[in-house]
Design a protein around this ligand. Structure first.
Ligand SMILES: [Zn+2]
Length: 288
C-alpha cells in the first residue's frame, strides 16, 4: 500500500468513535519506531512533522522519501498518512508539492478573516492534489519562554465557519496545551467541546497537546467528536528518560555500546512501548 491521505481514516475513526494517533517524527529512529508500533498494533497512523523538524531532517522532500522508503522496506500494510504539523501558508503549499499526503494550515495567528481566506485557498489547492487538510481556529496554549499559558478556548461560531470551507478536520482549543501540562492545569473543557462539536456538524476534531492528558479525559473527548490526537512531547520524554538511564548506569561504557545502534536502542524501545500504549488508549488498535 502506498501512503494515503488522512481523509478516509479520519472519517472511519469519527464514525467508529476512536482516534487516529498523530505522532510527530524527528528523524530516522522516530519514524522507524512509529511504523513498528502501528504495524504491531494494526493501527492506522498519521506521521507528522513540524516545519522545524522537517528542516532538521533535511527538508520536506527528505521527509517524504524517508517515510515512503521505510514504509516500503518495512513492508508496512496499515494505512499511513504523512502530515505537516502547524504549517505556514508557504510551508503547506511546499509540502503538497513535495509529496505529503496531508497538511495542516495554521492560520490561527492571523485575524479571523485572513485565516478564513488563506484556509480556503489551501483547502482548494490540497484537494485538487488529493491531499487532506487540517485548519486551526483560535490558537492552542503552550509554553513560551518558560511560561505556560492556560489552554485557549476556540469560538464555536468561528469553528463552524472554517468547517464550512470543506476542511477535512479541525483543530480547536478546548483547554489543551502544547508541551508538558502544569500541575495546576484545569483539564479539558467539555462544555466548550460539546458546543464546538455541535457547531461543526459532524466534522472530525483534532486534539493538539495530547501528551499527558489523563486517559479518562481522552476517552471522553473521543466520544464527543475528537478523531485525531497529536502526540509529540510524550515520545520525546520517554526516549530521553530511557537514554539517560542507560548512560547513568554506565552501560554506554560497556563493550561496543558506543555504537549508535546500541546507544539509541533503549530510547527507541521506549518510543515503541509508549506508542503502543497510546494506540490502545485511543482505540485505534485493529482498525487498520
Ligand atoms: Zn499543535
Amino acid at each position: 500500500m502506498v501512503m494515503v491521505s488522512a481523509t478516509e481514516m479520519m472519517i472511519k475513526a469519527h464514525e467508529g468513535h476512536y482516534a487516529i494517533p498523530a505522532f510527530n517524527t524527528n528523524n530516522l529512529e522516530w519514524t522507524k519506531c512509529i511504523l513498528t508500533a502501528v504495524q504491531k498494533m494494526n493501527s492506522p497512523v498519521i506521521i507528522q512533522a513540524s516545519e522545524g523538524a522537517a528542516k532538521y531532517m533535511g527538508g520536506y522532500k527528505n521527509v517524504v522519501d524517508l517515510v515512503r522508503n521505510l514504509h516500503d522496506s518495512m513492508g508496512i500494510t496499515v494505512p499511513v498518512a504523512l502530515h505537516l504539523d502547524h504549517g505556514t501558508y508557504e510551508g503547506a503549499k511546499a509540502c503538497i508539492e513535495a509529496g505529503f499526503t496531508s497538511v495542516m494550515f495554521d492560520g490561527s495567528h492571523f485575524d479571523f478573516d485572513e485565516n478564513v481566506a488563506k484556509s480556503k485557498e489551501i483547502i482548494e489547492y490540497a484537494h485538487s492534489k488529493g491531499v487532506s487538510v487540517e485548519c486551526e481556529v483560535g490558537g492552542i496554549g503552550g509554553t513560551e519562554d518558560g511560561v505556560t499559558s492556560n489552554g485557549e478556548l476556540a469560538d464555536p461560531e468561528e469553528c463552524a465557519k472554517i468547517a464550512g470551507l470543506g476542511v477535512d478536520f479541525l483543530a480547536a482549543g478546548i483547554g489543551n496545551i502544547h508541551g508538558k501540562y502544569p500541575a495546576n492545569w484545569a483539564g479539558l473543557n467539555f462544555d466548550r467541546l460539546n458546543e464546538i462539536n455541535e457547531a461543526v456538524n459532524g466534522k472530525p476534531l483534532v486534539l493538539h497537546g495530547g501528551s499527558g492528558i489523563p486517559f479518562d479525559q481522552v476517552s471522553k473527548a473521543i466520544s464527543m467528536g475528537v478523531s485525531k490526537i497529536n502526540v509529540n512531547t510524550e515520545l520525546q520524554l520517554v526516549f530521553a528518560a530511557a537514554t539517560r538511564k542507560f548512560i547513568e548506569e554506565g552501560k554506554d561504557l560497556e563493550g561496543k555500546n558506543y555504537d549508535p545502534r546500541k546507544l539509541l536502542k533503549p530510547g527507541c524501545d521506549a518510543i515503541i512501548d509508549k506508542a503502543c500504549e497510546l494506540i490502545k488508549a485511543f482505540g485505534s488498535d485493529n482498525k487498520a
